[in-house]
Write a protein that binds this ligand. Sequence first.
Ligand code: ASC
Length: 150
Amino acid sequence: MKIFASIAAASALLALSAPASAQFAKPEDAIKYRQSALSVMGTHFGRVGAMASGRAPYDAKVAADNAEVVAAMSKLPWAGFMPGTDKGNTKAKPEIWTEQAKFKEYNEKLQAETTKLAAASKTGNLDSLKTAFAATADTCKACHDAFRNK
Ligand code: ASC
């Protein structure tokens, strides 16, 4: 009987402690996932940036639709930086795993800035969009400088 109780307890513990790794079958899957999320985010951020910089005509609806995708995508990549995904087809620096508090702080800052970007895009005011775009881009860059290899 005792052995069953131990197995049950071990299974419960595993179920509780495994959520991050359980989301991906293999480390390569996690790497591909985070790169995909960051790539989609970059594509839509680039479309907002084209308007913020005047390379594309400003269309408030298009800006808002793209900023909405950026804000949604900004929540996703981080689950893909699970332990054991520091090696392989990745530019991720080891500091992501040795300075986890700082990495998390940057992830959260990005989510805060993209939320502001989405809000600014809904005002229909191009100057607000430009300000929020610049703040978001600075946040992208700070994290890349600290945590991404060239
Ligand atoms: C982008 C994009 C990034 C950021 C970064 C901002 O459009 O793909 O990674 O902006 O270059 O500095």
